[in-house]
Design a protein around this ligand. Structure first.
Ligand code: 3HC
Length: 284
């Protein structure tokens, strides 16, 4: 894949664009306006500079990646892409609209249309396009340049050739480990992770334990790299809520219902790291 498109340059899209560009592709990143473009560029630059400073990425590779990325607010610029990876907000109406636009602009009928959704059925996105057999889920993990996993989700209509091409791209070019999941809410990882995060929020909400003790328990007692509340802050409370809602809607199990505290904090804009305040404070 020499010509890659990424739609959305938030937490996930910026990481996907970075690794695709570092792998040598020409990457066009579509954002909704120039302010969002600026924030996306800043995120990529921060990540690349940290990687260079830590000796993880050679300076010339980072410079090549910088030169390989082009921002746009126009979906028409995606016309010659071989693969487009959508990574906009976890909102079904927005994603459906974005998929319609991508499908209308990408000219190659065999180009792959991938989504980084963590919870929306792939088939729903596929059905608004003229090429459902080329639509697939490619679910990355945050931070994308650091975490090696990609979940690959075929819908009932995704062709075996599409899965094979995406698997080869993820493993051989992006150097990720691929696991496959059926097209069910949460896929494999979030079906396990989200109930755990919700349990931690309920534990805090009920006064059972403090945020610090909950997180220290899992970091020091179970050697997790971060505790569940800090991880919810990293993922974003809004995204965690959206995934929990999809899981609950699909399976109707009480442990998947989002706790009120998660909803109220999201409504209050206390979304975690990205807003400077979630269960913990990130204001400098
Ligand atoms: N490219 C390559 N390497 C990079 C890099 C980049 N752009 N940026 C940083 N790195 C390297 C660093 O040099 C460091 O390497 P080292 O371990 O050899 O020193 C390593 O990556 C970690 O980077 P940090 O400096 O940020 O170090 P931390 O030690 O503070 O780790 C963390 C932070 C990676 C976030 C770690 O705490 C972690 O893995 N936490 C768990 C995250 C997790 O579970 N994510 C999954 C969320 S679920 C999800 O995303 C799905 C969604 O649908 C909800």
């Amino acid at each position: 894949m020499d010509r890659v498109g990424v739609v959305g340059c938030g937490l996930m899209g910026s990481g996907i664009a970075e690794i695709a560009a570092r792998a040598g592709a020409n990457v066009i990143i579509v954002e909704q306006d120039t302010a969002a473009m600026g924030r996306g560029l800043e995120r990529i630059e921060k990540s690349l500079s940290r990687a260079v400073a830590a000796g993880k990425v050679p300076e010339d590779e980072a410079n090549r990646a910088r030169a390989n990325m082009l921002f746009s607010v126009d979906y028409a610029d995606l016309w010659d892409r071989e693969i487009v990876i959508e990574a906009v907000a976890e909102d079904e109406a927005i994603k459906l609209d974005v998929f319609r636009k991508i499908d209308a602009e990408v000219k190659d009928p065999e180009a792959l249309l991938a989504t980084n959704t963590s919870s929306i059925p792939i088939i729903k996105l596929a059905m608004v396009t003229k090429r459902p057999e080329y639509v697939i889920g490619m679910h990355f993990f945050n931070p994308v340049p650091v975490l090696k996993l990609v979940e690959m989700i075929s819908s009932l209509l995704t062709s075996p050739e599409t899965s094979a091409r995406v698997r080869a791209y993820a493993t051989d070019t992006l150097h990720k480990r691929v696991i496959t999941s059926p097209d069910r809410a949460g896929f494999v990882v979030n079906a396990l992770l989200i109930p755990y995060l919700l349990s931690a929020v309920r534990m805090l909400e009920s006064g059972f334990a403090s945020a610090e003790d909950i997180d220290t328990g899992m970091v020091v007692g179970c050697a997790h790299p971060m505790g569940p509340l800090a991880l919810t802050d990293l993922i974003g409370l809004d995204t965690t809520l959206a995934v929990a809602q999809s899981l609950y809607e699909e399976f109707k199990e009480p442990h998947l219902a989002p706790p009120p505290l998660l909803s109220r904090m999201t409504q209050a804009g206390l979304l975690g790291r990205k807003t400077g305040q979630g269960f913990f404070s990130y204001k400098s």
